[in-house]
Design a protein around this ligand. Sequence first.
Ligand SMILES: Cc1cc2nc3c(=O)[nH]c(=O)nc-3n(C[C@H](O)[C@H](O)[C@H](O)COP(=O)(O)OP(=O)(O)OC[C@H]3O[C@@H](n4cnc5c(N)ncnc54)[C@H](O)[C@@H]3O)c2cc1C
Length: 391
Amino acid sequence: MRIAISGAGVAGPTLAYWLTRAGHEATLIEVAPQLRTGGYVIDFWGLGYEVGCRMGLEQTIQDRGYHVRSIRSVTRRGRTRANLSTSGFRRATGGRFSSLPRGDLASAVYSTIDGEVETVFGDSITAITEHEAGVRIDFRHGRTREFELAVGADGLHSTVRRLAFDRAGAAEHYLGCLVAAAVVDGYRPRDDLVYVTYSAPGHSVGRFALRDDRTLLLFVFRCDRPNVPDHHQDRLAVLQREFLGLGWECPAMIDALRGVDDLYFDAVSQVRLDRWWRGRTALVGDAAASISLLGGEGTGLAMTEAYVLAGELRTHSDHRQAFEAYQARLGPFIAAKQAGARRALSTFAPKTALSLVFRDAAMRVMATVPGADRLLTRSLSDDLELPDYPM
Ligand SMILES: Cc1cc2nc3c(=O)[nH]c(=O)nc-3n(C[C@H](O)[C@H](O)[C@H](O)COP(=O)(O)OP(=O)(O)OC[C@H]3O[C@@H](n4cnc5c(N)ncnc54)[C@H](O)[C@@H]3O)c2cc1C
């Protein structure tokens, strides 16, 4: 089948890889003029890591990744409140864990299909019209084309989801937080391989030192409404208003953002849909079921969904049966991950001073009490076996 995939992030190219292996012809359509690079750092483990291994990417993931040693929570004056070594994470995952820029993972995945799969950059789907034998797809720039199936892998604010499933945007559930992230040059101080974080009620900031004297800065704060300003200066003004008076390195961090031209700023949301497919169109990755950054596993799950979708299309000759099997296999598993991510909100941005004290106390317990590792292993484990498909 000829299958159009909207979005060349993580899920899209993974799907294109496995569809190609299964004998289909995939076309990727990416709205950006080229592959998005860099960006915030993601933790990567679990089933998605296994999918990456099956794609021959383990060495690249380890080489491009950082072996974070600890997560350090500090006071307003920079004194350590709690320090959690990540050795437990490593033990819990058998070393199959890496932290790397999202763009590095995306480009590693894309390298597996580069030159083999048609990719249309700088375009976007504007209409999907289904008929007996396939789908007719209109583009913002390119000519109308025919495919047998369409897949939305175009992220949290998916255009395909809006066109084919959810015109009103009811599937996107705001979790009450906004997030901003940027990579800046030459920031001081640096603490290699330590994620340093500071929280005040409803607000959290963090920094992580990257190679080549760059630093990732992350801001999360509670906000009643998902108000995401369109323009860089307005985004900066919001961050300034929220963080400038909070102490620690907040003023320096805000200052460092001024020279940045790629400031990520978005609502923290989940996508919840009863069905990930309709007719000849399906969704995958964040477009289908974003768990949000609070789950810390969105990329891995996006790759798992892509792998299973391709596998089910390989196994069933009827696309409806394949789509149904895809959702039946993963739906409950992803719903449980989403519930876990919602519970993590109190850890990411504790609402009150008291909940902050509890959070740091929990970190200290994890760091010192024997056996706390087992809790971690349970929270990191994926309650699902990755199926094997003939592809
Ligand atoms: C700050 C932050 C921290 C995170 N931390 C982690 C973490 O630690 N671990 C983890 O696993 N996950 C993390 N995540 C989540 C993770 O980034 C996502 O779950 C993952 O990127 C989803 O992959 P995807 O391919 O579905 O979507 P994306 O990676 O968002 O890719 C979507 C692609 O579609 C393209 N696109 C958008 N609209 C269109 C259109 N109309 N037409 C064509 N193309 C389009 C985009 O340009 C993009 O290339 C984090 C997210 C954030 C915001």
